[in-house]
Write a protein that binds this ligand. Structure first.
Ligand code: BES
Ligand code: MN
Ligand code: ZN
Length: 434
């Protein structure tokens, strides 16, 4: 070998070497190399694994390892980027697979880093209007359709929930629609994201200690943006409509009060008992709108509840929904993506907790089963019979410690799950039709 230096990375037992392990190993190696200012490296593919998914995982892990959070540091002590990573596949019969895999890994890694970059931005630098600009730019670069609803259109359409949450802020809300069109005989899917650019809690204000972390309350919306970027490049045979509700949840003389009743786009009325349960409100309108735009099958993604962190910690994304097959399709996509999920229940009891004396439904239902109560609220805005899954990423969108291939900070969770999921949704229905 002509390499001047060789890095040996412990990868565990040979029989445990999987595609997921390849992602971790590559990411760990790249993070190590960057700290040493190394600019070029090559990595040898393992002959015992399929070259395509293996190369994809390696380049994905390496790309994720390039991200860091210190973008506003003025003294430059940040680790250098790796300029070049060569994937070596000595077997000519496997070369094409390795090449295709590397391309896919780069697309998915970069899309995830886009979501991380957005989630890392502080709220003073990234509000609803700026997020909409980022979406428009993405659409222009990657050939997606983009429609941005401003505050006037949001109000005219009757999105009373988004208007209610946004009214405490001087910065207006936006509803961002990104559409990927293709030749397809299967029903369009809708990806709906919560983008609360900052969540102070509103009049039901949050304690000061962790409040600054709530700049990441737009991670669901960022994941939809990232997924749409990947989908535009990887081109699954299914139409995908991304809908992102972008707003702040702030406090002022205009702010929504606990006890206020709002009318949602669906026509249902909501008693807002707690202004800090704002994500479910804006998602209610976004879900209804996605349906109106033609989505026949839905996945929403949101940093929705602290209760999911109590239930699962930071170890997994909570997944809710119906019917079971649809939910499992999402979970399988997450597994392929290397993102852990856990199936959560939608018990009938949760609906009772949301009874209101004045309106159709209340927006909170007490502490017990809080994540399921939040999901149940959303379910009220999904037509019966419509496949729907809800990903609660409140515990997984941000990591407080460095992981093997993810620096501490925003994780971009959901981007790769949703991108893989589009392919699953394209394939399964086509199978069923046969
Ligand atoms: N954005 C928060 C949820 C959250 C918590 C995200 C921790 C990330 C980390 C959400 O809007 C919220 O405030 N939820 C309330 C709901 C409650 C009032 C029913 C919560 O979890 O306390
Ligand atoms: Mn909140
Ligand atoms: Zn929130």
């Amino acid at each position: 070998m002509r390499a001047p230096r060789i890095v040996l990375v412990g990868a565990g037992k040979p029989e445990d070497f999987t595609v997921g392990r390849a992602r971790t190993v590559a990411g760990t190696a790249v993070r190590f190399l960057r700290r040493r200012q190394v600019r070029r490296a090559a990595i040898w593919l393992h002959s015992g694994l399929d070259p395509l998914p293996q190369a994809a995982a390696i380049i994905e892990g390496a790309t994720l390892a390039q991200f860091d959070t210190g973008v506003y540091k003025t003294h430059d002590d940040r680790p250098a980027d790796l300029d070049q990573l060569v994937v070596v596949e000595p077997d000519p019969a496997r070369e094409e697979g390795a090449r295709a895999g590397a391309d896919r890994g780069r697309v998915l890694g970069e899309a995830t880093n886009l979501a991380r970059r957005l989630a890392n931005e502080p709220a003073n630098r990234l509000g609803p209007v700026e997020l909409a600009s980022a979406a428009q730019q993405l659409a222009g670069n990657f050939g997606l359709e983009c429609d941005v609803l401003d505050e006037r259109r949001i109000a005219e359409l009757g999105m009373g929930a988004i208007v209610g949450v946004a009214q405490g802020s001087d910065r207006p809300p936006r509803v961002i629609v990104l559409r990927y069109r293709t030749e397809s005989s299967v029903p369009p899917i809708g990806l709906v994201g919560k983008a609360v650019m900052f969540d102070s809690g509103g009049i039901s204000i949050k304690p000061a200690e962790h409040m600054h972390e709530m700049k990441m309350d737009m991670s669901g919306g960022a994941a939809v943006l990232g997924a749409m970027q990947a989908i535009a490049q990887l081109k699954p045979r299914v139409e995908v409509i991304g809908v992102i509700a972008a707003t702040e949840n702030l406090i002022s003389g205009h702010a929504m009060r606990p006890g206020d009743v709002i009318a949602t786009l669906s026509g249902k009325t909501v008693e807002v008992l707690n202004t800090d349960a704002e994500g479910r409100l804006i998602l209610a309108d976004a879900i209804t709108y996605a349906r109106r735009l033609g989505a026949e099958r839905l996945v929403d993604i949101a940093t929705l509840t602290g209760a999911i962190v109590v239930a699962l910690g930071h170890a997994a994304t909570g997944v809710f929904g119906r019917p079971h097959d649809w939910v499992e399709l999402v979970r399988r996509a997450a597994e392929v993506a290397g993102e852990r999920t856990w199936l959560m229940p939608l018990f009938d009891e949760y609906r009772e907790q949301l009874r209101s004396g004045i309106a159709d439904i209340a927006n909170v239902g007490g502490r017990p089963g809080g994540a399921g109560v939040g999901a149940t609220f959303l379910a009220e805005f999904v037509e019966p019979g419509m496949p729907w899954a809800h990903l609660d990423i409140a515990g997984t969108a941000w990591t407080e410690k460095d992981l093997p291939y993810l620096a501490k900070g925003p994780t971009g969770v959901g981007v790769r799950t949703l991108a893989h999921f589009a392919f699953q949704a394209a394939a399964v229905t086509a199978d069923e039709r046969r």
